[in-house]
Design a protein around this ligand. Sequence first.
Ligand code: 5RP
Length: 232
Amino acid sequence: MNAEEMKRQAGIKALDYIEDGMRLGLGTGSTAEQFVRALGEKVAQGMKVVGVPTSERTAALARELNIPLTTLDETPELDVTIDGADEFDADLRLVKGGGGALLREKIVATASKKMVVITDESKNVETLGAFPLPIEVIPFGSRVTALAIQKVAKAHGCEGELKRREDEFGEPFLTDSENFIYDGHYGKLPDADALATALNIIPGVVDNGLFIDIASVVIVGTPEGPYLVEKS
Ligand code: 5RP
C-alpha cells in the first residue's frame, strides 16, 4: 500500500466520527484533503453538515465538492475538527503547520468539542521536534521577533537554526493571514508544553505549531489499515 492509500484510508476512517447535522472543522494538508474528499462523497449522498475550512486551499476544495461552508463568526461552536499533523507523540501532543495553516487550524480545533487527527506511522515520534517547529510571526520587526524566539528556545533546551520560510520563488512565504513563518530546526523539544506557552508571549509571535491538549484521537494509517490512538 502506498502513502497516498494510507492517507486515504485514514481519511475514510475519520468519517466514523461524523454524524448528520454536525458542524465540522476541515483541516489542511494532503491527509486532511483525503478526508474532505471522503466527506464530499457523503454530502453527495445526502449527508447534511457544515464546515469551517482552516485554509483558503481547503475552502476551494470543499466548494468544488459542494460541501456547505460557514465561518466561526456564524458558527462559533463546532462538533469535530478533522486535521492532519506533522508529528504526534504518546500524549497526543502535535507539531502542525507544515502547510502553513497552523493559526487557523488551532483556532478551529479549539472551537471544536473534539479534534481527530489523521496521520500515518511516519508522524509518530517519541520526542517532538525532528520536524522543524513552525512559528507564525507578524512581518513588522520580524528580525527582532526571531532573535527573541531563539532566546526563548535556548532557555527551553532547543538549539538549532531558525529559518524564515520561503515560497517557490524565494520570496517570504505568507500565511492566509499574511504573516511570515519561521521554522525552528531544533531536532528535539525537551519541554514542549513550556515552550509552547513561552513562545506565544513574545511580541510579534502570533502562534506556534505546538498543539498541546487539543487532540483527543489520532488515526494512524498503516499498510495493514488504520489504527486508533486515543487520549487516556
Ligand atoms: C498544515 C498542517 C498539516 O496538517 C500537516 O502539515 C500535515 O500535512 P500532510 O497531511 O500533508 O502531511 O499542519 O498546516
